[in-house]
Design a protein around this ligand. Structure first.
Ligand code: AN7
Length: 367
């Protein structure tokens, strides 16, 4: 009798994981002349979060788009494959970015594959350890500036105006094009666009990219437009407050940004989708971050948890209908291993015991 159980002796066919450019060639600004610089980014899982759904006591379907599973550990890779491929097509010798960390990790990795030099300008002392180690191990020229991210961005923009280097921050439209593919993936996974999308907002490139993707899906496939729910950290919430934050503060260093480059576009996404851009405190971010890790097994960096923190806040304050009939997606932008210091600081250190079975059994509470 035939059955569908795979035989152990037969190697299973492994599907080739293709990158964003190959998968979405037709909707990206690439041609057969574009060298494809890829690390097989994208195709990240959309994880059903039934444990969190239960804790929240809600009736909608809750999903987590785990962008931390991209090759360098963040959503930036979707945009970077396009930006660096286009830079290579133009014969660029060097790419440059200002970064709170993830852009630099991604740019330096893709630049290596393209054989292009990468220059990374970061705010001194404000980059999570994992991200800094990535840029360094990929051989980027890393310059730490005595100033915040916003100042770093001003500096690299001025450098690009005067020198032959290619900017790969999200004001480069190729970044936005690449990142919009995440909206397509979500729509493909759900068979529809979500009703609501919660996400962190820093420099606001990503919300701009998702909104572009969803608008294209609306025009081309007649899918409904989701409501975009963007969240900044309370200590660095310029869009919420309607003014530049000179000295942004938050433990979520990825979104410690006081003057977002795509400010206007983020406001358009908010207004056109009937959504909000609001803020969550560091405490709310850390609590959501912990929930994702100890309830769903999904370890993200703190900034990523701003999305779920925003959903929790809206539910708690009675501003979101727990009986909403539809799909709600929280975007988780970066991997937890990016910022190991934060995790170690937050949880208690493991106990150290003598090397005996009894001690381990007793200490671990094994019954
Ligand atoms: C994990 O790396 O700006 O609103 O220089 O790393 O598109 O800026 C990172 C941003 C959210 C915010 N989550 O996205 C950088 C940088 C994580 C991030 C954001 C960032 P945008």
């Amino acid at each position: 009798m035939k059955n569908n159980v795979p035989q152990k002796s037969v190697p299973q066919k492994v599907n080739k994981r293709i990158g964003v450019i190959e998968r979405y060639f037709d909707i990206l600004p690439v041609s057969s002349k574009t060298p494809v610089i890829t690390l097989s980014e994208g195709s990240t899982p959309l994880i059903k979060a039934d444990n969190l759904k239960k804790i929240l006591g809600v009736n909608f379907n809750l999903y987590l788009k785990y962008e931390g599973l991209n090759p360098t550990g963040s959503f930036k890779d979707r945009g970077m494959t396009v930006a660096v491929s286009k830079a290579a097509e133009l014969g660029a010798k060097a790419v440059i970015c200002a970064s709170t960390g993830n852009t630099s990790a991604s740019a330096s990795a893709y630049a290596v594959r393209a054989g292009i030099k990468s220059i990374v300008v970061i705010p001194e002392g404000a980059i999570a350890l994992g991200k800094l180690s990535q840029a360094l191990i990929h051989g980027a020229e890393v310059v730490a500036v005595k100033g915040n991210f916003d100042r770093c961005l001003e500096i690299v923009i001025e450098i690009c105006e005067n020198y032959d280097v290619e900017l790969v921050n999200s004001i480069n439209p190729n970044r936005i094009e690449g990142q919009k593919t995440a909206a397509y993936e979500i729509a493909e996974a759900l068979g529809d666009t979500p009703g609501y999308q919660f996400m962190p907002v820093g420099n606001a490139g990503n919300i701009t990219a998702y909104w572009k993707g969803y608008k294209e899906l609306n025009e081309k496939r007649n899918l409904k437009l989701p409501v975009m729910m963007g969240f900044q950290a309370a200590g660095s919430a310029p869009i919420v407050e309607g003014k530049i934050v000179k000295d942004p503060r938050t433990i979520a260093t990825a979104i410690k940004i006081g003057n977002p480059a795509s400010w206007k576009q983020a406001e358009s996404a908010r207004d056109e989708s009937d959504g909000v851009i609001d803020k969550v405190t560091d405490e709310e971010i850390l609590s959501a971050w912990q929930n994702l890790a100890d309830r769903e097994g999904v370890f993200v960096e703190p900034a990523s948890a701003a999305s779920f923190a925003g959903l929790k806040k809206y539910l708690k304050e009675g501003n979101f209908d727990p009986d909403f009939r539809g799909n709600v997606v929280c975007i988780l932008t970066g991997h937890g291993l990016k910022d190991p210091d934060r995790a170690i600081d937050t949880v208690s250190r493991p106990p150290v015991v003598e090397d005996s079975v009894d001690k381990v059994v007793e200490t671990a509470g094994i019954k």
